[in-house]
Design a protein around this ligand. Sequence first.
Ligand SMILES: Nc1nc2c(c(=O)[nH]1)N[C@H]1C(S)=C(S)[C@@H](COP(=O)(O)OP(=O)(O)OC[C@H]3O[C@@H](n4cnc5c(N)ncnc54)[C@H](O)[C@@H]3O)O[C@H]1N2
Ligand code: MOO
Ligand SMILES: [Mg+2]
Length: 396
Amino acid sequence: MISFDQAYTHVLEHTLELGIEVVPLMQSLQRVLAEDICADRDFPPFDRATKDGIAINYSDHINTDHILQIEGVAAAGAPQQELRTVGNCVEVMTGAVVPQNTDTVIMYEHISITDNVAVINEKVSKGQNIHYKGSDEKAGAVLLTIGTKITAAEIGVMATVGKSYVTVKANPKITTIATGNELVEVDAVPLPHQIRKSNTITLEAALQTRAIPTNSLHLIDNKEALSKSLKTALKQNDVLLLSGGVSKGKFDFIPEVMETLGVEKVFHRVAQRPGKPFWFGVHKELKTVIFSFPGNPVSTFANFHVYFLPWLHKCWNIPVANQYIKLSGEIHIKPPLTRFIQVCTKREKGGIYAVPISENGSGDLLSLSKSNGFICLQPREKGYGSGELVPFISTK
Ligand SMILES: Nc1nc2c(c(=O)[nH]1)N[C@H]1C(S)=C(S)[C@@H](COP(=O)(O)OP(=O)(O)OC[C@H]3O[C@@H](n4cnc5c(N)ncnc54)[C@H](O)[C@@H]3O)O[C@H]1N2
Ligand code: MOO
Ligand SMILES: [Mg+2]
C-alpha cells in the first residue's frame, strides 16, 4: 500500500497528450480555451453615448439656463451624425455614436425641451456621459488567454469579437464502467438483493457538467465477460473510469483481468479512507489510462475528484485550484490513513469554515448530496485544531 501523496504523484505522472479541437461557439461552454482571444477592434469601437439626452459641443459659457436648438436625433445603430452649428445640439440615444463636433452628453433628466429647443438645468462637465473609443481595450489586445475555463461571461466576450468557432483543449474519450451483478438500471424495479446503479451515472453527470461526453457500460462479475468487454474498451478510449471489483472479494476480478489484457498496474491500494482499494494502471501500447475506483459510492466519488480531475487539468496544462478553508472544530487523524471528510462549507466572520456532515460511511451515497466537498487531512500525531487551514476539494 502506498501513501496518498505517492499515489497522487503517480497519477499525475501518467497524463496524456489530448490535443485541441475547433467547436462552434456555444459548444465551447465549460471547455478550456486553446487559443488566445484578441480584440478585433477597439472596445468600444466608437465614442458611445452612455445616456439618452443631447450631445453638445462644450464651451466654457455652457451652463445652467443655456439654450440650444436641436438639429436632429442620433439613434443607436445609425451612422455617425454631425453637429452642423456649434451652439446647437443633437438628441442622442444610449449606444449611439457621439455626433461629430460634439464632445459632451447631457441626460434628458438634466434638460427641458420645448419647441425643439433644449434648456440646460444642471451643471455640465466637459466630456461627461461618453464611453470613449478604445477605453476598455485597444484592437489587438489579448482579452482571454489559453487555459481559460469558458463560462457564460467568456462566451459573451468571444461573441463580441466575432468568434463563431473556438479552439479548445480536446476532451479525452472516456467510458465509465459499472461492475457488479447486483446492479440494475435506473428505470428497473430492483429485486430485494439488487440495487440501482448510481456510481457511474454520478460520474457521467460530473463529466457532463464539464462538457465531457462519455459512453457507459455495465459489466457483470465474470472474468470472461469482463475480459471481452474491457479489451474493446481499452482500444476505443483514452480513459476508463471503473467502479467496483477492486477489493479483496471473491468476485473482485478487475486487477487480474486488467493485467491479463496488458494493462500495467501503477499501484493498487492507497493509505486513505474512503477509496483505499483504488487500482490505477496504464496500457502503454494503446495509451489508455485506467482509473479503477472502489465500488462504495463515496469512494468512487471522492477518488474522481481527488485524482481524476487534477489528472485532467494536468493533461490540459491548466493549474489545479488549491483551496484552503478553516476547520470548524478539532479533529484527530491518527496514522496511517489520509482522510477525505465530507463537509458543508459555512461562511462566517473570519473566513470559510468546513463543517463535517453527518454520514454513515462510504456506502452512504445519500450523504453526497448533503456535502459540497471533501477536506483532505493527512495523518499526524498532533490533532487538527479548530480554525486550522486545511485543503478543500469542492464537489459542487
Ligand atoms: N476484506 C476486505 N473487504 C473490503 C475491503 C478491504 O480492504 N478488505 N475494502 C472495503 C472498501 S474500503 C471498499 S471501498 C470496498 C470496495 O469494493 P470493490 O471496489 O471491490 O467494489 P464492489 O465489491 O464491487 O462493491 C462495493 C460496494 O459498492 C457498491 N457498488 C458498486 N458499484 C456500484 C454502482 N455502480 N452504483 C452503486 N453502488 C455500487 C456495491 O453494491 C457494494 O455494496 O470494499 C470493501 N471491502
Ligand atoms: O474505500 Mo472504502 O471507501 O474506505 O469503503
Ligand atoms: Mg468488492
